[in-house]
Ligand binder design. Structure first.
Ligand code: RB5
Length: 148
């Protein structure tokens, strides 16, 4: 898969850990930063990940900050993005199967690296179920038009 990753300073260690692991698994990983521990603004990185996704050059995005929350709030304001903050594997599977989520947001201050790995695996390995969920996702995305 083609995956774009991004973090602020508070998510840097987990983002880099996940990027190394994803590349070792054979995924194509684009890293939009940050690449230093200097304080930075999470919306800049969420916007960069959103742009990579809406351009069509990647399949999924992974965003890490202290909590995942600011990343998801920012990403979900971009047309076409469905970002979910995740801290358990059941929700990771469900948000792919039911909501067709395309961005996974993690909190480095919330989940350990082992749980984060399991959440990423669950997210990437679960397909969207379609069917009755497709119409619901279409209704959700209709809000993009009203935002424009
Ligand atoms: C940075 O201190 C922190 O506010 C940020 O990483 C994130 O948790 C915001 O949602």
């Amino acid at each position: 898969m083609r995956i774009v990753v991004g973090s602020d300073h508070a998510g840097l260690v987990l983002k880099d850990h996940l990027a190394v692991r994803l590349r070792a698994q054979g995924h194509e990983v684009e890293d939009v930063g940050t690449n230093s521990s200097a304080s930075c603004d999470y919306p800049d990185l969420a916007n960069a990940v959103g742009s990579a996704l809406t351009s069509g050059r990647v399949d999924f995005g992974i965003l890490v900050c202290g909590t995942g929350q600011g990343m998801a709030m920012t990403a979900n304001r971009i047309s076409g993005i469905r970002a979910a903050v995740l801290s358990d594997t059941f929700s990771a599977r469900s948000t792919r199967a039911h909501n067709d989520a395309n961005v996974l947001c993690l909190g480095q201050r919330v989940v350990g690296s082992g749980l984060a790995e399991d959440i990423v695996d669950a997210f990437l390995n679960t397909p969207f179920e379609g069917g009755r969920h497709a119409g619901r996702v279409a209704k959700m995305m209709a809000n993009d038009v009203e935002k424009a």
